[in-house]
Design a protein around this ligand. Structure first.
Ligand SMILES: NC(=O)C1=CN([C@@H]2O[C@H](COP(=O)(O)OP(=O)(O)OC[C@H]3O[C@@H](n4cnc5c(N)ncnc54)[C@H](O)[C@@H]3O)[C@@H](O)[C@H]2O)C=CC1
Ligand SMILES: N[C@@H](CC=O)C(=O)O
Ligand code: NA
Length: 429
């Protein structure tokens, strides 16, 4: 059978890994794909020693790759959303399918791009865009096809998980660990996407669209990152029997969907509490399969390239038949209302600084009590000599977000209380 001809744009972490796998696994891939996978073009700014290309032609103008006659599948690994969008549109309009690792592109422009792919009779796949090497989109699209999926939740940013793990296990500073994540190729070109939760929100919007057969809704995702989590929070959580993880959570309810990414306290014995370093883990709840959990490397050269190449193999197997990225044609997607965060309930970790004098704690308890929130656990550290305030940590029972916000506003207004900081607690039962 004739080879499937591939043009890879971007020869960095993911593009370089993809080129390496296509070369080193060529014979295995040919047998699994049912035809050879041939790298025919590369688009790159510069040649790289860690990405030898032999006699494959290299283009500085990436749009040439998207239009080349000897390319059947364009692989987009350049990142960003402007040129990447242009590149993907050009490839689709030129009769090529596209594989991309770019979650920002799919989250922000996926609805239009998937519609264009269908219009052009082509496929647009993005397994590498979510949870790196974990074949989570395949699991959702294919393995869970018989299920009404009610929940997708998990650790979906490798850089953030690496930072929280290293801060907790080795008391390293946030900036030091972030610099290592960048050196290891885990972080986004703009690492604020990792630490402010944007990357996880991109990924959650893709997971939710596939799980609930809805259009992509990135702007509907509530987004909080890990930059406000302090070493003291990690230490207090540990004392109370919890670990802090950054989670993405998408839940389907009768009246709409809940879409949120934020740091979360998880009981130490929860499965996801023990997923460390660059590992990701995604938990699916299906009405027939029940709970299934998938774990593996969420970022990095070969794990991510593994997902890119898996998509290429799917395209080789599908032949002329387009593969629907979200499992159904775009016209079959149905928008669902996004539930406001105010209506979401969770238990809470509340840390603040309080003056060490009688009455402060009872006022704090009254503010919570006035909103029907009770205290489940409390830590108050003894004052350090000369310190005007002491740190206080409170764990609450389950409360609606709007009630908690009102209580925290009242607590903040109390004399002698400063710096309140809240983190949600999930049990993931
Ligand atoms: N690094 C990782 O672990 C993962 C990355 N991704 C996604 O994969 C994509 C690529 O990420 P990385 O490989 O990490 O980035 P990278 O920075 O290592 O590689 C990007 C490459 O594209 C090239 N490039 C960018 N603009 C270009 C242009 N106009 N002309 C020619 N070459 C150009 C750059 O020179 C660079 O070599 C991004 O969308 C990222 O979000 C997805 C999953 C994991
Ligand atoms: N920057 C991302 C890369 C993979 O998607 C992450 O750290 O998870
Ligand atoms: Na994946």
């Amino acid at each position: 059978m004739s080879a499937l001809r591939i043009g890879v744009c971007g020869n960095g972490t993911v593009g370089g890994g993809t080129i390496e796998l296509l070369r080193d696994q060529a014979s295995l891939l040919a047998s699994r794909a049912g035809r050879p996978l041939a790298l025919t073009r590369v688009g790159a700014r510069r040649d790289r020693d860690d990405c030898p290309l032999g006699d494959v032609p290299v283009h500085r103008d990436l749009l040439e790759v998207a239009q080349a006659e000897d390319v059947d599948v364009l692989v987009e690994c350049i990142g960003g959303t402007e040129l990447a969008r242009d590149l993907v549109e050009t490839a689709l309009r030129s009769g090529k399918s596209v594989v991309t690792a770019n979650k920002a592109l799919i989250a922000e422009h996926g609805n239009a791009l998937l519609a264009l792919a269908e219009e052009c009779g082509q496929s647009l796949l993005c397994e590498a865009a979510v949870a790196g090497g974990i074949p989570i989109l395949k699991a959702l699209r294919d393995g869970m096809a018989a299920n009404t999926v009610t929940e997708v939740s998990g650790i979906i940013n490798g850089t953030g998980n690496f930072i929280l793990t290293e801060m907790g296990a080795h008391q390293r500073s946030f900036d030091d660990v972030l610099a290592e994540a960048q050196a290891l190729g885990y972080a986004e070109a703009d690492p604020t996407f990792d630490v402010e939760g944007v990357d996880a929100a991109h990924k959650l919007s893709i997971l939710a669209a596939m799980a609930f057969s809805t259009p992509l809704n990135f702007s509907g995702v509530f987004c909080e990152g890990i930059s406000a989590v302090t070493p003291a929070d990690i230490q207090f959580a540990d004392e109370l029997g919890y670990r802090i993880k950054h989670l993405g959570i998408a839940k389907a309810h009768a009246d709409g969907v809940e879409l949120r990414v934020h740091p979360t306290l998880l009981p130490k014995d929860a499965l996801l509490a023990n997923v460390d370093g660059v590992l990701n883990a995604v938990r699916l709840e299906g009405h027939a399969a029940g709970e299934t959990v998938y774990s593996g490397a969420g970022a990095g050269r070969l794990p991510t390239a593994s997902a890119v190449v898996a998509d290429i193999v799917d395209l080789a197997r599908a032949g002329a038949e387009p593969v629907h990225c979200l499992g159904v044609p775009v016209k079959a997607l149905k928008a669902l209302p996004t539930l406001p965060m105010e209506a979401v309930s969770s238990a809470w970790y509340l840390r603040l600084q309080a003056e060490d004098r009688p009455g402060v704690m009872s006022q704090l308890a009254s503010c919570l009590g006035a909103e029907g929130i009770s205290i489940e656990a409390l830590i108050q550290k003894p004052p350090k000599a000369a310190a005007a305030t002491v740190p206080v940590v409170v764990l609450t029972n389950t409360a609606r977000e709007d009630a908690l916000r009102r209580a925290v506003a009242a607590i903040s207004a109390l004399p002698g209380i400063t710096e309140p900081h809240c983190i949600r607690i999930e049990s993931l039962d």
